[in-house]
Design a protein around this ligand. Structure first.
Ligand code: ADE
Length: 231
């Protein structure tokens, strides 16, 4: 087993790097892949950069060059569900591209033409274990499973938020998850997305986001440290 960990936040990745043993750094496509062990488990930790192209490239490199057997994506997200407040954690059931639109040809919103897939389904065991790890290391934090909807946009408007809820029944939105899920699925690699809620993807999202990032990065690093030993 080699676990690929795609972390979005610098502080989170730095914390994991500090805890890693026997690290070697391999630079590919403007990304630094940190290969080593975490609590004795073989891992590759990397920041993909923002957006779906970076995320998909990163996932493919983890598959081709590092032979990862599982992928975890952590980071923050905007909430689309009234049950998910700032500070809560969402673990993916599945992920959809909210900015793919070939509806004019009869495809569903978010459906990638000719792929025969709209929802990229996360590994259920990995998701259950992520929820359990979260409850163990962050007992005060509300965690729930749900749907991630991703696009190359920071969502900060009530109108767009309402559309994402109506069209996709998304629980949270961010900018990488569906691309990682898509690439992992095509490579037959089980994956899970774990996202801390940093804002509500509405008109106040821009203000809430920076304030929350630090706490999210710390919670996320703690969760991953526990999680890798349970997979
Ligand atoms: N990541 C965190 N919050 C987000 C938002 N509102 N939209 C897109 N990505 C995000």
């Amino acid at each position: 087993m080699i676990i690929g960990i795609i972390g979005a936040m610098e502080l989170e990745v730095d914390t994991l790097k500090e805890k890693m043993e026997q690290t070697e750094i391999i630079k590919i496509a403007n990304m630094e892949f940190h290969r080593g062990t975490l609590n004795g488990v073989p891992v590759v930790v990397v920041r993909s950069g923002v957006g779906k192209v970076n995320a998909a490239m990163c996932t493919q490199i983890l598959a081709d060059r590092f032979g990862v057997t599982n992928i975890i994506n952590t980071g923050v997200a905007g909430s689309l569900n009234a049950d998910l407040d700032i500070g809560d954690i969402l673990v993916s059931v599945d992920a959809i591209h909210h900015d793919v639109d070939a509806t004019v040809f009869g495809y569903k919103p978010g459906e990638v033409p000719q792929l025969g897939m709209r929802e990229f389904v996360a590994d259920e065991r990995m998701a259950d274990l992520a929820v359990a790890s979260c409850e163990r290391v962050n007992p005060d934090i509300h965690v729930r499973k749900g749907r991630v909807v991703s696009g190359d946009q920071f969502i900060s408007s009530n109108e767009v938020k309402e559309r994402l809820i109506a069209e996709f029944r998304g629980d949270c939105t961010e900018m990488e998850g569906a691309a990682i899920a898509h690439a992992a699925t095509l490579n037959n690699i089980p994956f899970v997305i774990i996202r801390a809620i940093s804002d509500k993807a509405d008109n106040s999202a821009q203000m809430d986001y920076p304030e929350f990032e630090r706490a999210a990065a710390i919670h996320s690093a703690n969760l991953v440290l526990d999680y890798v030993t349970r997979l």
